[in-house]
Design a protein around this ligand. Structure first.
Ligand code: R5P
Length: 291
């Protein structure tokens, strides 16, 4: 017996439940006046396989605590297995200690989820590829890049497309989009100054007179895309678009990107935003049905 439970950012539980036939469950979730979280599972989950759906955008710490309470409570109430569906996973860009004494936050979260009793999780375009070194449970990583490429083909003016990966990490995704669009790809080079500021050091010279799609997993402050648009324009690109899986879009990110002169931008519904035109619900459902 399986049940799928939406948490605070768990809207995808509804289409996934419909597509997979997994029964929809319910958790009572409330933020108390003092800022603490109230979590209650009203139904009997004994012996059941429970899927918790939560993305972790904008208020990651609060949602991580909520998810820990859910995992732990489901296990305490006798759930046979607890499986996370976490389309947007926070702290994924910080898997190790870069500066002496810094918290290796992703590893801390991995340990906490394991101790709470998480058996497996589904993620979408996770920033790191070396799951085994980070998580002590099964991880299924699903890519949305084929769908983003399909959206780009149908909605962007791509007479002469060229894909630009936002950095070395983005090569994996840029290659998928380029293959789908039957185009070439290359990577730009960026140097991160701080959380909000990046310098785009170089863009590929092949972009002259091309319709360029910048491909990245996350758009957060928008700093990367803004600087990329400027550098690509200066380098002679024709139209410039951006596609990302997770439109985390903090503060004025989208406004800054439009101001920079982008011709179109798309993201998925791992994070709900004004550019979430592609849904990952079917991808996750298919992956669950296949396992
Ligand atoms: C970094 O390695 C990621 O792949 C993205 O390039 C980064 O998260 C984008 O962040 P921002 O929009 O803040 O420049």
């Amino acid at each position: 017996m399986k049940v799928i439970v939406p948490a605070s950012q768990g809207i995808l539980a509804y289409p996934i439940s419909r597509k997979t036939g997994i029964q929809l469950g319910y958790a009572e979730l409330e933020k108390l006046p003092d800022g603490e979280k109230y979590v209650r599972i009203p139904e009997n989950v004994e012996g059941k396989q429970v899927y918790i759906v939560n993305s972790f955008a904008h208020i990651p710490d609060e949602l991580i605590i909520e998810t820990l309470f859910l995992i732990d409570t489901f296990k305490e109430l006798g759930a046979e297995k607890v499986i996370g569906i976490f389309p947007y996973f926070p702290y994924s860009r910080l898997m190790r200690r870069f500066i002496r004494g810094e918290a290796a936050k992703l590893k801390s979260i991995a340990k906490l989820f394991k101790v709470a009793g998480l058996d497996k999780m589904y993620v979408v375009d996770f920033h790191q590829r070396n799951f085994d070194e980070i998580f002590d449970f099964e991880v299924v990583d699903i890519t949305a890049m084929h769908l983003l490429a399909e959206y780009a083909r149908e909605n962007f003016e791509l007479k002469s497309p060229f894909v630009v990966g936002a950095d070395e990490v983005a090569e994996y995704w840029a290659e998928i989009v380029a293959n789908e669009l039957d185009s070439e790809y290359a990577l730009m080079r960026k140097i991160r100054i701080d959380a909000e500021n990046v310098i785009v050091d170089s863009v590929p010279e092949e972009v002259v007179n091309k319709d360029v799609i910048i491909v990245d997993d996350i758009i957060s402050t928008g700093g990367t895309v803004v600087q990329a648009v400027k550098a690509l324009k200066a380098a002679g690109a024709r139209r410039i678009y951006a596609a990302c899986t997770h439109p985390a879009l903090s503060n004025e990110a989208l406004k800054m990107i439009y101001h920079a002169g982008i011709d179109g931008i798309v993201g998925t519904d791992t994070v709900l935003s004004p550019i979430s035109h592609v849904s990952v619900a079917d991808l996750i459902s298919d992956s669950i049905l296949q396992s």
